[in-house]
Design a protein around this ligand. Structure first.
Ligand SMILES: CC(C)(COP(=O)(O)OP(=O)(O)OC[C@H]1O[C@@H](n2cnc3c(N)ncnc32)[C@H](O)[C@@H]1OP(=O)(O)O)[C@@H](O)C(=O)NCCC(=O)NCCS
Length: 169
């Protein structure tokens, strides 16, 4: 548990709605800086829900503290984004968000979940490895000069998933 998230905090995962975008965009700017998605990118993603996208938020005592989304394309799915507010990191929200995305993707017929992550993003790589993703490629300079992407894939359903927990999904 982190200093920013008391053990008694109530965590709820639910679908991301358009009215959540302002809070999500605020977290996005804090967490990704210059690489943050624009509002237009979020709107464009949400416009594709539920046909080919699925987005979730994690609320801690009612306040959005994380979000994640996936691209769904038949047997293949991709993690588009996952982010947890700094004050809430290290308390299992990232794991719950990715697990919930994976369950939704599996329920929609996906057999594999892919993602790209910056090679130097230790916390994210550790999260994905913990969930059973394995490295299956690398794209040199994907995020800019000297900033490689590592490609990772997990077979669905994830091993040892905790079961459905999205409140309204
Ligand atoms: C990556 C991120 C989403 C992880 O979210 P989180 O809620 O802090 O992660 P969790 O608490 O669910 O951790 C799950 C597992 O990931 C690993 N992990 C998470 N943060 C870690 C860190 N800082 N160092 C090492 N391992 C870490 C651990 O193995 C952990 O499992 P454990 O607690 O059983 O050991 C979060 O750090 C974040 O939002 N980072 C900024 C945005 C980002 O980089 N997004 C990913 C883009 S690909």
């Amino acid at each position: 548990m982190t200093a920013g998230m008391p053990p008694s905090a109530e965590v709820v995962l639910e679908r991301l709605r358009w009215w959540d975008l302002e809070a999500v965009q605020g977290l996005e700017a804090q967490l990704f800086g210059a690489a943050a998605w624009t509002p237009g990118q979020f709107w464009s993603e949400l416009a594709r829900v539920p046909e080919s996208r699925w987005y979730l938020v994690a609320r801690v005592d009612g306040t959005i503290a994380g979000y994640a989304g996936a691209l769904l394309a038949g047997p293949q799915a991709d993690v588009q984004t996952v982010a947890v507010a700094r004050a809430a990191q290290g308390a299992g929200l990232g794991r719950r968000l990715v697990t919930a995305l994976a369950e939704h993707a599996a329920g929609r017929g996906a057999a594999q979940l892919h993602l790209e992550v910056r090679a130097d993003n230790g916390p994210a790589r550790a999260l994905y490895e913990r969930l059973g993703f394995v490295v299956d490629g690398r794209r040199r300079d994907y995020y800019g000069r000297g900033q490689d992407a590592v490609l990772m894939t997990a077979r669905l359903p994830l091993a040892g998933g905790p079961g459905r927990e999205v409140a309204d999904g």
